[in-house]
Ligand binder design. Structure first.
Ligand code: PRF
Length: 383
């Protein structure tokens, strides 16, 4: 049996005195990540509508996300392996994290069947039948070649009764043991190291979440994730859950809150000790004309912007705001121009990366808490 020697590192640089916020540094074989960080979602080997050059130069992304489910179906493992892995295939040379498919297959609802073995599902593309197991999902993520790969889990729906949540969490733990066995007996295919992050589940039940956090912490992996949140529960419930889970997860490893969220959710998550976030919100909402700015939220389709020739976000600046006005972007959106999605996506991602970058600066400077409270109010108002 070959045991992988991991070399992802995490350095905790500062903990805030008035909250549980942390500034840290992760080191992967594809570069460093300063935390807290937001990871743009690149489901199908691309962050939709954004070039790699823009991700680096304008957005200042440090790590992007890919999805096992989508990449496995298209382009498929043969192509990804022959390309030399996802980094070579899509030209992104920084760190990549892949989600395991454990969340994506569950959203297929009517065309999947869960058992101890794994999940049988039908492709949303051509209806073909497939099986994901903890073992083959590890193998698949080895082939995709992400720096950080996620355990195969079940994200319980919300609401969910206690007995379902308990059984689901216990199965996720058994699946994790199988993921670890497979992961630790295989190695990366492309000469750099990969890390496996386990995922805390347990729905909104405190005793289950505590049990899950303890089990996950015991595995002593390079980082840990919290799943099963932001699935419809009230925000307060989510914050409360993060708070007691983070009290159990080790302080010397990064903590990743999966699929979250609004600027407010991210700032509150940081205050509770989360280091990594991902969400489709900045890119998906951009394609629908919703812009996040330092002053609040804009629906760029709105008539009121038709003759507003000021930059998209004067304070933020950056590529999109340097070259384009609100009136021009509104015009592009109204005409269904492809450029609209590009500008809006670059803008929203630049804002999200700016927000977590500022959070980090304020943690380091020691005034995070009051800054956070001001920013939540400011960025969440509708303009
Ligand atoms: N599990 C996995 N991916 C996820 C989630 C989860 O629970 C969520 C829940 N917010 C988003 N993405 N594997």
């Amino acid at each position: 049996m070959k045991v992988e020697i991991c070399c992802m590192k995490y350095e905790l640089q500062k903990t805030d005195s008035q909250s549980k916020a942390r500034a840290g540094k992760m080191t992967t074989d594809h570069g460093e990540i300063l935390t807290p960080i937001f990871m743009p979602v690149g489901t199908a080997a691309t962050v939709k509508a954004v070039h790699q050059r823009e991700l680096v130069n304008d957005v200042k992304a440090q790590i992007i996300l890919g999805n096992t489910y989508h990449l496995y179906l298209r382009p498929g493992l043969d192509i990804l392996e022959r390309a030399g892995g996802l980094h070579k295939f899509n030209g992104w040379s920084g760190p990549i994290l892949t989600d395991s498919g454990g969340y994506q297959v569950f959203s297929l609802k009517d065309i999947r069947k869960i058992s101890e073995e794994g999940v049988k599902f039908q492709s949303h593309i051509d209806g073909s039948r497939h099986l994901f197991t903890p073992e083959n999902v590890m193998d698949t993520q080895r082939i995709i070649g992400a720096d950080i790969i996620m355990a195969f889990d079940e994200c319980a729906p919300y609401p969910c009764d206690y007995s379902y949540a308990k059984k689901s969490m216990e199965m996720t733990h058994r699946w994790l043991t199988r993921c670890i066995d497979r992961f630790d007996s295989t190695e990366g295919k492309y000469g750099y190291s990969q890390s496996l992050f386990p995922i805390v589940q347990g729905s909104v039940y405190k005793d289950l979440r505590i049990q899950s956090a303890e089990f996950i912490a015991e595995q002593n992996r390079d980082g840990n994730a919290i799943g099963g949140l932001a699935v419809g529960e009230p925000a307060e419930k989510m914050y409360e859950t993060i708070d007691y889970v983070n009290d159990i997860l080790p302080k010397d490893k990064p903590r990743y809150l999966m699929g979250v969220g609004t600027p407010e959710n991210i700032l509150e998550g940081i205050a509770l000790g989360i280091d990594m976030f991902d969400c489709v919100m900045p890119t998906r909402n951009a394609r629908n004309g919703m812009l996040f700015t330092t002053q609040g939220i804009i629906n760029i389709r709105n008539e009121k912007w038709k003759d507003d020739f000021t930059p998209i976000d004067e304070t933020l600046g950056g590529y999109a705001s340097t070259f384009y006005s609100k009136a021009y972007l509104r015009h592009l959106v109204k005409c269904d121009e492809i450029l609209a999605a590009q500008i809006a996506s670059i803008h929203n991602l630049t804002f999200y990366l700016w927000l977590v970058g500022q959070a980090r600066e304020h943690i380091l400077a020691g005034d995070f808490f009051s800054w956070k409270n001001t920013m939540v109010k400011q960025t969440m108002q509708r303009l």
